[in-house]
Design a protein around this ligand. Structure first.
Ligand SMILES: Cc1cc2nc3c(=O)[nH]c(=O)nc-3n(C[C@H](O)[C@H](O)[C@H](O)COP(=O)(O)O)c2cc1C
Length: 444
């Protein structure tokens, strides 16, 4: 299908994805309904729920080194996580239509090997594979790869861009194959700044042509990379105003690469809390936020920004007057909060303006739920975001593993369908078709 022949629905459609909750500050492990973070049954439960809800894809994040805090594993990382493509291969066998998205780092992998693994998943799943390209370049992660400090931060996207281009050369280097016969290989000769690949690719061209490429960095370089090479952006800009500004910014970058606005879907990561009434939803939201951030965790979160030992501070007291130490090594790994001095100033201003304690400030800044309300109110808000170009859809991050999406699929999805804003059946078999993305032409 090409962009020109794609059927445009009368009403802008919402795309939905399910993020497996685990290593992040959304997940509540203390809830008695929480189950294993590693057993297959957990992944299967969430994936089957997402497919029942006709979601576009299931999403797995990645971290290649557990974050450390004062020399110990960061509290939020103790559960760890298994390798994404392995989990998704298993899920391919128990799902039929759901897209399967793996976060895989472009700094600590090689194009030939990763292109092979993604092409294999695309074949095994009948065209449902996606790759979320992330670009961590830090020496701390590098220590797990005998590569500490090997890539300058400035190069993270030059390597990622060449990585994606090389993977696409590899995918294009074989014909698809037909009637059970293998495709024809064509030698690849890539000679670039970061990679040299010479040889023939061992897997037929993937059913989607190229697996879907997702991008998740937020810097200007990250946005430019997304505009040039990605099919989807996973973003943190999940409020109406910030979403609209981000949406306009990245869609505005597409023309320079000969791409149309629809060729890149913007999907913020968001949370939701439902209730039978607005008041009940608010009550549940408050309770969940208390579970997500204990007083001790509030101090840890503050130390993540300040980079100094704040254990002597009272979580129920005011924020520290001392400034953060930007050079600190108290915290290792990437709990990315932006410029520490700017964040500290913002948090202090918020705490002053609203009279918030340390604990309350951290709750307010790190565990804000995006959509709170009755199923009807949440459906209305999601639809408004998409209709008014603050997003093309959402990556939903439930707070419970693995049952946190059940309620959304049972109560919100039917209302989105009633509005004509969400599919009532899968129209195609591949992730590209769910996302309304054209199949890439084979180059060369
Ligand atoms: C919403 C969002 C989700 C991300 N998820 C991951 C992840 O799962 N694993 C990872 O290594 N990096 C993740 N990142 C990090 C980015 O991909 C990127 O490497 C990092 O933000 C540095 O790039 P930047 O300077 O362009 O933001 C995420 C970033 C964003 C904004």
């Amino acid at each position: 299908m090409t962009a020109g022949t794609h059927r445009t629905p009368a009403r802008k459609q919402i795309h939905l994805a399910a993020h497996f909750p685990g290593v992040n500050n959304t997940t509540v492990w203390a809830d008695p309904r929480s189950r294993s973070q590693i057993e297959f049954s957990s992944f299967e439960h969430l994936a089957r729920t997402a497919e029942r809800g006709l979601f576009d894809f299931f999403f797995l994040a990645e971290g290649l080194r557990l974050r450390e805090h004062k020399g110990r594993i960061h509290d939020l990382d103790v559960v760890g996580r298994p390798e994404s493509l392995t989990v998704l291969s298993a899920l391919a066998a128990v799902t039929d239509r759901l897209g399967l998205a793996a976060t895989v780092n472009a700094t600590f992998n090689e194009p030939y090997e990763l292109a092979r693994r993604l092409a294999s998943l695309d074949h095994l799943s009948g065209g449902r594979a996606a790759w979320n390209v992330v670009t961590s370049s830090d020496a701390f992660t590098g220590e797990n790869f005998r590569r500490g400090g090997f890539l300058d931060r400035a190069d993270r996207y030059t390597r990622a861009a060449e990585f994606v281009a090389t993977a696409r050369e590899l995918w294009d280097s074989r014909t698809p194959g037909a009637d059970g016969a293998p495709g024809e290989p064509r030698p690849v000769a890539h000679n670039g700044r970061h990679f040299t690949v010479a040889g023939e690719f061992g897997v037929d061209r993937p059913p989607q042509g190229h697996p879907v490429v997702i991008q998740a960095g937020d810097s200007p370089e990250g946005r430019e990379f997304a505009a040039s090479a990605a099919d989807v952006i996973f973003t943190r800009h999940g409020t109406l105003e910030a979403g609209r500004a981000f949406y306009a910014d990245v869609k505005g970058r597409l023309a320079r690469y000969g791409r149309a606005p629809d060729d890149l879907k913007i999907m913020p990561g968001v949370t939701f809390v439902l209730g039978d009434t607005a008041a009940e939803a608010q009550e549940r939201a408050t309770e969940i936020r208390r579970q997500q951030v204990s007083p001790q965790n509030a101090l840890l979160a503050l130390e993540q920004v300040w980079g100094v030992d704040l254990s002597a501070y009272d979580p129920d007291g005011p924020l520290p007057d001392i400034d953060p130490d930007p050079e600190s090594t108290l915290v290792q790994g990437r709990v990315k909060v932006g410029d520490p001095l700017a964040v500290a100033e913002k948090w202090r201003a918020l705490s002053r303006a609203k009279g918030l304690s340390i604990h309350q400030t951290v709750i307010e800044t790190t565990s804000r739920q995006s959509f709170i309300g009755t199923p009807a109110a949440v459906a209305e808000q999601l639809d408004e975001f998409v209709r008014t170009d603050a997003a093309d859809g959402f990556i939903l991050v439930p707070h419970l593993t693995p049952g946190g999406l059940d309620e959304f699929v049972e109560r919100v999805v039917p209302l989105l369908q009633e509005r004509g804003a969400f599919r009532t059946e899968y129209e195609g078999a591949t992730l590209r078709s769910h996302l309304g993305l054209p199949e890439p032409a084979r180059k060369g």
